[in-house]
Design a protein. Structure first.
Length: 326
């Protein structure tokens, strides 16, 4: 049973394309990127030196734009934090929270919107959220050329799903989970009982995904969380095979917390413990996004093209000419 409106209760859009400072649009091809490995995904963005006569330029309808919030740390930073928000917020509602993280942790921040949330007009669902999360991570590493070890993932509540999913398939510098759950069914079982969990399709099974996470992981959970009991974080820690730390905060609920004491301080201590160093005050350390992410328009120099793959003409492969700014 897919209770999209219950599991993914998107709030009324809190922003527009005119009033959200830092709004950018990341392009992805309208195809299933989950099955691609890192090497083949790179081909979506990189054009080879020679193209044969089978190439054709694709139209703008053949890819879609993911709205994202980009908050640049103006002093420069070696780290980018990708944020995956909870189910009752969008990237506009998360602005103040993320701006504080940016300033206190001295990192650039990129928050991805979910399908069906904010300005992203699409059907919400776990599969599409996970696909987009992988696409955004790979866009940073393959297109922007930002080292994966300098990308930190932060997932809050429902956002722990895509954050863990990406970490199990890529190699980020660290995974931070705030009020995470073992799985959607696990949350429903705790809130509404065992029978209710039987009629909900399983989604975001973090308890399985975290077994494949090798990067340092921090779990932050409130002992007073009334929606997702902190035992979910304890279960996740017991299944994590990499370096994993847990911080259980007294008095912190699911939505009420002290951002400095409950979030920033534990993250800062965690960075010190696992040897994550953030260099700032370096003017040249900024992600170099192309103009198209701000205008939501691709110029002739960065249109996608399609090429048949090999003699068997298997799956179509997307490629893109390089913009002069990269």
């Amino acid at each position: 049973m897919e209770l999209a409106s219950v599991i993914f209760p998107a709030p009324t859009c809190s922003y527009s394309d005119r009033d959200l400072d830092g709004l950018i649009w990341i392009p992805i091809a309208k195809e299933n990127l989950e099955s691609r490995n890192r090497k083949s995904f790179t081909n979506i963005f990189c054009l080879s030196s020679t193209e044969d006569q089978d190439n054709r330029t694709t139209s703008i309808e053949e890819y879609e734009w993911i709205p994202c919030l980009y908050l640049r740390y103006n002093e420069g930073s070696t780290k980018i934090l990708i944020y995956f928000h909870g189910n009752a917020e969008d990237i506009g509602l998360a602005y103040d929270f993320l701006n504080t993280l940016k300033m206190e942790l001295r990192v650039h921040v990129l928050a991805m919107e979910y399908p069906g949330y904010g300005l992203y007009k699409a059907t919400p669902g776990a599969d599409s959220i996970n696909k987009d999360a992988l696409a955004v991570f790979d866009y940073l590493t393959n297109e922007i050329k930002w080292p994966d070890k300098d990308i930190i993932l932060l997932g809050r509540s429902m956002g722990s799903g895509p954050a863990t999913y990406v970490s199990a398939r890529r190699n980020p510098g660290a995974l931070l989970l705030m009020s995470p759950f073992t799985s959607i069914c696990g949350v429903v079982r705790d809130v509404a009982g065992y029978l209710a969990s039987l009629v909900v399709t399983e989604r975001f099974k973090n308890v399985d995904e975290i077994k494949f996470v090798m990067c340092p992981t921090l779990l932050i959970h409130g002992k007073a969380d009334e929606l997702i009991p902190h035992k979910h974080s304890i279960d996740l820690m017991s299944n994590c095979r990499g370096i994993c730390h847990i911080n259980l905060q007294e008095g912190m609920t699911h939505n009420v917390f002290n951002i400095f004491e409950d979030i920033i301080a534990p993250i800062s201590i965690f960075f010190l413990r696992v040897g994550i160093s953030i260099r700032s005050n370096i003017k040249s350390l900024f992600p170099k996004f192309p103009d198209s992410v701000y205008t939501k328009k691709l110029s002739q120099s960065n249109l996608f093209v399609v090429k048949k793959e090999g003699k068997r003409g298997k799956e179509l492969m997307m490629k893109k000419t390089r913009d002069s700014k990269y």
